[in-house]
Design a protein around this ligand. Sequence first.
Ligand SMILES: *Cc1c(COP(=O)(O)O)cnc(C)c1O
Length: 423
Amino acid sequence: MHEPAVPHLQAGDPEIAGLVEAEARRQFEKIRLIASENYVSPAVLEATGSVLTNKYSEGYAGRRYYEGQQNIDPVERLAAERARALFGVEHANVQPYSGSPANLAVYMAFLEPGDRVMGLSLPMGGHLTHGWSVSATGKWFSPVRYEVRADTGRVDMDEVRDLALKERPKLIWCGGTAIPRTIDFPAFAEIARETGAVLAADIAHIAGLVAGGAHPSPAGHADVISTTTHKTLRGPRGAMIMSTAEHAAAVDKAVFPGLQGGPHNHTTAAIAVSLREAALPGFAGYVRQIVANARALAAALLERGYDLISGGTDNHLILIDLTNKGVAGKPAAQALDRAGVELNHNAVPFDPRKPFDPSGLRLGTAAITTRGLTEERMPQIAAWIDEVVQAAASGDGTVEERVAGEIRELLASYPMPGWAPAP
Ligand SMILES: *Cc1c(COP(=O)(O)O)cnc(C)c1O
C-alpha cells in the first residue's frame, strides 16, 4: 500500500492508481542502482502532494506579484534558510524547476550568448548542460571541453589549467553525471582565479554526500553551486542555486524573471522537508554507508574481473567498461533489468561505440542504502550482476527469471519508504 495512502486516486482514476501501485511494487522488488535515483521519505511525498500546488507566487518572499503569500513566504524562507545552514553558503535560491533549468539560470546570471564556457565532456562524465553540442548551452554559448586522462580515468588538473589559460572561458563547470572520484574544488577555484573565470560547481549527484560530510564541499571555493535535490540529497525532483552574497541578486534575477514564472511551492515545501532530514544526525551515517556500499560493490566487481573506470570509486557511483566481457552496455542493462537489477547503459571515456549503444554501465548505491542494505550484501549483488552479464554475453536468457526471484526474496526484508506490500 502507498504511504501516504491514495484512496481518492483509486476511486477517481483507477487506471493511474493502478500504474502508481505497479510502479511502487516495481521499486520494491528491484535492486535499484540508477546512480541519480533514490527513495524519498513519506514526509517528502506528503509535502509534494499538498495543496501548496494550488498557489501562484511569482517573485520572492516579501516581493511577490500575487496576493495571499502568508504561508508560502515562510515555506520558501525556511527552505532557503535550511539550504544556507546545511551547505554553509550565503545565498540559496530554491525555485529552479530542476537541475537543467538551474544550470541555464547560471548561464543567464553570468554570461552573454556566444560567451565561452568550459565543462567536462559528456562522454567523459560531464552533463549535457555543461556545453554539450545538442544542448541549448552548447548551441547558444561557445563550448570548450576538458576530458579525463586515458590512463587514469581521472580529470588531470594540469590539463584543465593549460586549457583554461589557452581558451580563457568566462565560466568553468566542475562536476558531472558519471564521475566516480572526488572533485578537487580548491584546484578548480585556483584555475578560475588565475584565468578570471566564474567557477560553477554542479553537485547534482553528490549533494547528499556533501551535506553529510562524505565529499568535500565546494562552499568557499566555487562562486556558484547548482544542485538537484532528488539524487543523493533524497528530496523531491527540484533544484537549488547557491552562491556568495555577491552573486545573489544576479542568480535570483536569472531564475525569475529571467527563465521561470511561478515557483512550484509544493516542491519548495518538500525541499525544505528533505533539507531538515539531511540536517538530522542520522543523515551523515546514511551517506557514509552509501560510500561504504559503493566501495564494497566496486571491490566485489573488480574481483570478478570487471574493468572500472578510474579503478574504483570515492563516492556513490561506479562506471563499468564492459568491453572485456564481450557484451555492450545496452543489452547488458536490459538483461539486468529483466533480472531485477535496474541500472543504465553509459558511455565510458574514449568509448569506441555510439552514445545510444555504448560500452559501459553506470551504477550507484544511494537507493539501496536507503533500503538498508549494507556492505555484506554487496558481494551477492556483484555475483548476480556477473551471472546475468555473462549469460547476456552468451545469449542465455534462462538465468534472468531465477535471479529476479532471488532478488525479490532478499528485498522483501528491506522496507521501502512510501510503500509496503499488502500484509
Ligand atoms: C542530474 C543532473 C542534472 C540535471 O538535472 P535534471 O533535474 O535531470 O534536469 C544537471 N547536472 C548534473 C551534474 C546532473 O547529474
